[in-house]
Design a protein around this ligand. Sequence first.
Ligand code: PMP
Length: 407
Amino acid sequence: MTQFDPEKIRRDFPILHQRVHDQPLVYLDSAATTQKPQMVIDAVDRYYCLDNSNVHRAAHALADRATTAFEHARRRVATFINSPKSEQVIWTRGTTESINLVASAYGRIALQAGDKILVSTLEHHSNIVPWQMIAAERGAHVVAIPIDTRGDLDLDAYQALLDERVKIVAVNHVSNALGTVNPVKLMAQYAHSAGAKIVVDGAQAIAHFSVDVQDLGCDFYAFSGHKAFGPTGIGVLWGREALLEQMPPYQGGGEMIETVSFAGTTFNHLPYKFEAGTPDIAGAIGMAAALDYLENIDRAALQAHENNLLKTAILLGEEHGLQRVCAPQQAVGVYSFLMPGAHPADVGTLLDQQGVAVRTGHHCAQPLMAHLGIPGTVRASLSIYNNLDDLHRLFAAIAKVKTFLLQ
Ligand code: PMP
C-alpha cells in the first residue's frame, strides 16, 4: 500500500490537467462519474491492443487470455467486497441494471399481491422505478421510508413500516443528492427480523469507503464501475448464493444456457445464468484495474482527506452565504447547496464558465426534491483527486456568480 499523497493521485488522472473555458479544470462532479487513472486507461488499452477476443469459448490463445483476465476481474471484485465466492459476483452494465435484475428476477418470485417494497425517500430513480415496475406487475406496493429534516432516514418510522407484508427493502448506502450515509447494517438486521430481504444500492459508497457485504449482512449489493474510477458500461450485482440460485434468469441468450433445444432449455450455473450475451470484457478488466488502484491507497487516510474537504466546503459555504441542503449526521463526498435568490441551473452555468464542473438539478431524485420542496440543488461532489485548491477555486467562482446574479 502506498502512502496517501493527494498530489500524486492528481497526477495519475490525465484528464484533470486541462483547461476548460481557458481556466484550469476543477472537477467537482465525481458523484455523476469519476475520472479514470492512467492505470485503468492502460489496462483497457492493453486488452484491446493485445488480448481482445470473446470469452469462455477458448479455442485459441487470445480467447484464453481474455477469459483468464475477465474471470480474474470477477475474483478481484469478490475480494474487494469480501464476497464468500466469486460466483456471487454478476457482471451487469451498472447499478441500474443490477437493481433491475433483482427487481425483475427476485421480485417475480418474492412478491404476491398486497406485498410491500420499502424504498427510502433518498433514492435515485434507479432504485425506485424498477420497484414500481415489478410492483405493478405483481400487485404489490412501493412505500417510502421517510427522512427527517437533517436528511437522515427516520429509523423509527422504518421499523414501524416493517410489517409482515414487506418482502423487500431497497436503500442506498450513500445518497447521491445529499451524501447521507445510511446505516445499512442496522437496516439489514431490522429487515431480516421482519422476514424481508434488503437490496443496497452502493453506487455512491464504493469509491469512498470499504464495503464488506458479509459484514453489512445485506442480501444484494449493486454498484457501477464508473463511479469508482473504472469504465462506464460495467457494474456488479452481488447476491446471496441461495437467493441467486432460486431466481429465474433475467435475460435469455448465449452464455446463460446449459443446453438448448426446441423442447426446452436448461440454464447455466452461477454466475453465468445471469450473464446473457457477450459481456463488457474490457470494462471488467478496467474495473479490476480501478479496484487495484483504489486498494493500493491508504483508504483510512483517503477517507480522512475527503472528510476534511467536505467539512471545509461546508464552512466556506456558510461564509459565502450558501444554504446547504440538509445536514446529515454522516455524509460523504457531496456538498449540495442553494444560493438564495439564484436558480441552481444559472449557478452551474456560471461556474462552468469559470472552469468549475458541478452538477445541478434534481440528481435523479425527484421524490426527494419534492419532499424538500425545491426544484434541485447545486452539487459539488468530491473524490480522491480533489484538494483544497479546488475548493478555493469553487468559492472564488461562487463569489463572482453572486456578484453577477444577485446585484
Ligand atoms: N444509484 C445512485 C445512488 C447513483 O448515484 C447512481 C448514478 N448517479 C445510480 C444509482 C445509477 O448508476 P448507473 O447510472 O451507473 O447505473
